[in-house]
Write a protein that binds this ligand. Structure first.
Ligand code: MN
Length: 248
């Protein structure tokens, strides 16, 4: 199995190194990641300048662009045939609910999916982030399961793993995306020349929902969350009403 591994935290990120090591036991791994932290880059492509693809001191390739650039350039230039699998992660921090729209981790996997490869985004949830190895082991287990059942399908999955040792992992839950409340407001500071500058504030807390089948619920109960994603943002339920309004 030929695996392309990327992330949005940069080619030196600990989660990337640990996952590369574990994935090497189940396939041939090529790592192509941004040259620095591009968290929050979403599905952006760099179109206003050329990109550099170089090999770093740790043997991983880096691109001076976004996670989407990395996967796009890697599949086009480094692989003679498309890889069997694209994996993104392990991200330093959760990607739950609305986060997937901003996430560079999910975007790298999504680019793999757009380019015809099954793809998986993996994030470690929690604040300490001590157990990347446990998350990498779980990722390998999940990959062998889904390759067995979903061979040949162009699936895209968002996986979040609680930050706890392997022996304390409780297992998997298949979930839907939850929602967050509005994020904290922008934080204003002053630069050394007295001008205002702005930091985007942290994301909001999860919304309380009637059912308990969301990714947030799964993580809060200590289970690994797997959410299958698709890229069609069409509001199918609005098609009929909208067509009626415009007399179509
Ligand atoms: Mn990140």
């Amino acid at each position: 199995m030929r695996i392309l591994l990327s992330n949005d935290d940069g080619y030196r990120a600990p989660g990337l190194g640990v996952l590369a090591e574990h994935l090497s036991a189940i396939g041939d791994v090529v790592v192509v990641a941004p040259d620095r932290d591009r968290s929050g880059a979403s599905n952006s492509l760099t179109l206003d300048r050329p990109l550099r693809l170089e090999q770093g001191e740790n043997g991983f390739y880096w691109v001076d662009g976004t996670p989407t650039d990395c996967v796009h350039v890697a599949i086009t230039k480094l692989f003679s045939a498309k890889p069997d699998l694209v994996v993104s992660g392990i991200n330093a921090g959760e990607n739950l609910g609305d986060d997937v729209l901003y996430s560079g981790t999910v975007a790298a996997a999504m680019e793999g999916c757009f380019m015809g490869c099954p793809a998986l985004a993996v994030s470690l949830t929690g604040t300490v982030l001590a157990h990347y190895s446990a998350a990498a082991e779980i990722t390998c287990t999940l990959i062998s399961d889904i390759m067995k059942h979903g061979q040949g399908k162009n699936w895209l999955m968002n996986v979040n793993v609680p930050d706890r040792p392997s022996a304390e992992q409780l297992g998997f839950r298949v979930t839907r995306l939850g929602r967050r409340h509005k994020g904290a407001s922008v934080v204003q500071q002053t630069d050394p020349r007295g001008r205002p500058v702005y930091w985007i504030g942290p994301s909001g807390p999860p919304c309380k929902e009637i059912s308990n089948d969301t990714d947030f619920d799964s993580i809060s109960q200590g289970f690994v969350s797997i959410t299958p994603l698709h890229t069609d943002l069409t509001a199918h339920s609005a098609l009929v009403d909208l067509a009626a309004w415009i007399g179509q």
